[in-house]
Design a protein around this ligand. Structure first.
Ligand code: CA
Length: 716
């Protein structure tokens, strides 16, 4: 688009929005954009622009659109009356076929979005034309450290730079015009098994980034880097280190009193892998802290304790990282109950008083309203089915736990299970309806102790039996679990602390939310529909067959005075990795794409290819005895199931081992023990599997393959 047309479009938008104030006009509003740069001119992003984002509603400048992360847009051309004419404006094919979780950032007609393997795509937001691409070339072998697929939740824009955190722990500054690398810093000192999947935020010229890896055994922290130079400004550790070394801060010295035993040997966990928010007036940066490592508190902190700052929301000064307050949602966390879920800031009238609140629906199933000035607990109520606590004590803000929920002596049927009543999929808050829209789910599972737990560096170290996520043999229990599994939009009234309405989906693990001034909600689903709902009533008013599951949250923006809604489509993440059973129910396909819609959009997706189900080849004969098969099953669920799936049934992201060729079976030890397929992402298990373990897993896999082959032969 020509510059003059571009500026005209901005002016028309302003008038259309009825906005009397001038937008913040930083240097380089386009006038001095570099010649020869593809796409609309690059304009610079600064704090004042993000803080006054409503004055330029055509943009989506930061992860949650604004620092309060409400994911509400004032754009209303697409509304309950016009949405029927919403159609596909364009689509962009992303070449990877793994999970898509990013929220697109849109700055004056330029879109920046990430796909799997931390690859950044810059697109023309009006056409979907690719302007540049940055591939950080993450080593495929790093996939073994990613608990839940090689995903990335997006970039941050600041000045004329774009920032991305890579799966293998680098933070990279890119030239927004060209995608050229400006700086690249190592945020993890090359220490596996850290990973980055979260979107950076930029506050006061500092790029804030956390990391993941708590399932494998790391010590969580969040870091702030100078946006201009990439220099480390401060780092806040979320759990204390070895008390024999000096504590990094007084806050950590105090936190250490809530730990027992020798937790530092296991890392402790507490990774800051997703949510942040910023209140400029209070000058507080908030972030959510993850679960303990290992999961089972009896392992990492055997004499109990709250284990701060696990499962907490922490407020710090963005200039220094200095601790201000914390609120812990799940004291003594022992279930993978992170508080890394989306944080929304809003001002609500509660008991006749206007309160500055922070809202979160963490994995543990309770919706929290916290005073964001002080961290004081205001209220919490369950937004999904909860079996581990009867409620939150209104005086202390602590959960009232059900006896046995800590699975000390016997397995316990948990609701929600570790993937949470709500996970990373962003919520949205509409100031028009006063409701928070939660992509919620009911997924139960059984927890039990892992007998003879041994910590193995760089591998899964939960201390809880992973087979708890595997359906047990008792058909009555299986029926109970399946019947209670569901996914829904919960439209939550945060003042009354109860749902205003709910919309029931086909299953759990649906997409993040977007709310707009058109009184609409947008959300994609597990079964591949992208839909709009009336934000007041929950009535479904529009839908589009996306051909693929959608987990990411949409963004909305305008170009040429036309409102668009865009979403990263494509389904990966945890559930397909867990395998065939859950995914068969969802008719799993992954077509990774960016989809953009507008009123009157007439683009069409290509017909999906017809892929015939590949038959299971005849597996090798097996003479394995029961004890070898039992050992193989044990080892498989310890180390293999998180990628290759429950019951050796792949969800489609990684090879289905029941279909393995004889060549694979013949080279088994070289692959499993020796790491000969490391370049494809298959780790070497030589240090933790004995030859007998490897033989046993092979026998178990062949046994499962033979069962599948037999079912196929019987025509099932
Ligand atoms: Ca976790």
């Amino acid at each position: 688009m020509k510059k003059a047309t571009w500026l005209l479009a901005l002016i028309i938008l302003l008038v259309a929005a009825g906005c009397s104030k001038e937008p913040h006009a930083p240097d380089g509003t386009g006038q001095d954009a570099a010649a020869g740069v593809a796409g609309p001119p690059v304009t610079e992003v600064f704090e004042a622009r993000i803080a006054r984002a409503d004055e330029e509603a055509w943009n989506w400048l930061s992860h949650g659109r604004t620092y309060d992360e409400q994911r509400f847009s004032p754009l209303d051309d697409i509304n309950v009356d016009t949405v029927a004419d919403l159609g596909l404006a364009w689509y962009f094919d992303v070449p990877t076929k793994r999970g898509m979780e990013a929220t697109p950032i849109v700055v004056d007609g330029r879109m920046y979005v990430t796909g799997a393997w931390s690859i950044v795509y810059a697109l023309d937001a009006s056409t979907g034309e690719e302007l540049w691409r940055y591939d950080p070339e993450v080593p495929k072998s790093w996939a073994q450290y990613a608990c839940c697929d090689v995903v990335n939740r997006g970039v941050a824009a600041w000045g004329d730079s774009i920032f991305v955190g890579t799966l293998d722990g680098f933070l990279v500054s890119l030239d927004a015009a060209t995608g050229d690398v400006r700086w690249r810093v190592d945020t993890i000192d090359r220490k596996p098994p850290y990973t980055i999947t979260g979107a950076p935020r930029v506050v006061k010229g500092r790029v804030i980034i956390g990391n993941g890896g708590a399932e494998l055994g790391v010590r969580g922290y969040v870091s702030a880097y100078d946006a201009a130079t990439g220099e480390l400004d401060w780092r806040f550790y979320t759990v204390p280190g070895n008390p024999a070394d000096p504590f990094e801060s007084e806050a950590l010295e105090n936190a250490a009193e809530t730990w027992t035993g020798e937790w530092w040997q296991y890392g402790g966990g507490g990774t800051v892998w997703d949510s942040m928010a910023y209140d400029a007036e209070l000058d507080l940066l908030y972030f959510g802290v993850g679960n303990g490592s290992p999961w089972d508190r009896d392992v990492r902190s055997p004499d109990g304790g709250d284990n701060l700052f696990l499962s907490s929301i922490v407020a710090v000064r963005p200039d220094s990282g200095e601790y201000v307050w914390h609120y812990q949602t799940t004291p003594g966390e022992t279930w993978d109950f992170t508080a890394t879920q989306h944080i929304i800031l809003a001002d609500l009238e509660i008991d006749g008083k206007l309160r500055k609140v922070l809202m979160q629906a963490p994995k543990n199933g309770f919706f929290y309203v916290i005073d964001r000035v002080t961290g004081e607990f205001i209220d919490a109520e369950a937004f999904v089915k909860v079996s581990w606590a009867t409620g939150i004590d209104k005086q202390t803000g602590r959960p009232i736990e059900v006896p046995g929920a800590r699975y000390e002596d016997a397995p316990f049927l948990m609701m929600p299970v570790g993937i949470g009543g709500h996970n990373w999929q962003p919520m949205a808050y509409s100031p028009m309806t006063g409701l928070v829209y939660i992509p919620a789910q009911d997924v139960p599972g059984i927890y039990m102790k892992e007998p003879d737990f041994e910590f193995v560096p760089e591998f899964w170290n939960t201390g809880a039996e992973f087979e708890t996520l595997h359906l047990p043999d008792d058909p009555a229990v299986v029926a109970e679990i399946l019947a209670s599994m569901s996914g829904q939009i919960v439209a939550w009234d945060p003042v009354a602390q109860r749902p205003a309405w709910q919309y029931q989906h086909a299953g759990p693990w649906n997409g993040g939310m977007l709310a707009t001034a058109g009184n609409l909600l947008f959300q994609g689903s597990l079964v591949g529909e992208f839909a709009a709902y009336n934000a007041t009533s929950g009535e479904r008013v529009w839908s589009f067959p996306a051909q693929t599951g959608i987990a990411a949250a949409p963004a909305t923006y305008a170009v040429d005075s036309e409102q668009h809604v865009a979403v990263a489509a494509g389904f990966g993440t945890l559930i397909p990795l867990l395998g065939g059973k859950p995914m068969a129910a969802a008719n799993f396909k992954n077509y990774s794409r960016i989809l953009a819609f507008k009123i009157g959009g007439e683009a069409n997706l290509p017909e999906p290819p017809v892929v015939a189900a590949t038959p299971v080849p005849e597996p090798p004969q097996s003479s394995a005895d029961k004890s070898l098969l039992a050992l193989g099953k044990d080892k498989y669920y310890e180390r293999c199931a998180t990628c290759h799936g429950l019951d050796v049934a792949s969800g489609g992201l990684v090879p289905d081992l029941r279909h393995a060729s004889h060549d694979t079976f013949d080279s088994w030890d070289a692959i499993v023990l020796g790491g000969s397929r490391r370049d494809k992402g298959m780790p070497a298990f030589g240090e933790i599997f004995s030859k007998e373990d490897s033989d046993a897993v092979l026998a178990f896999v062949i046994d499962e393959a033979r069962r599948a082959y037999a079912r196929q032969s019987q025509g099932e």
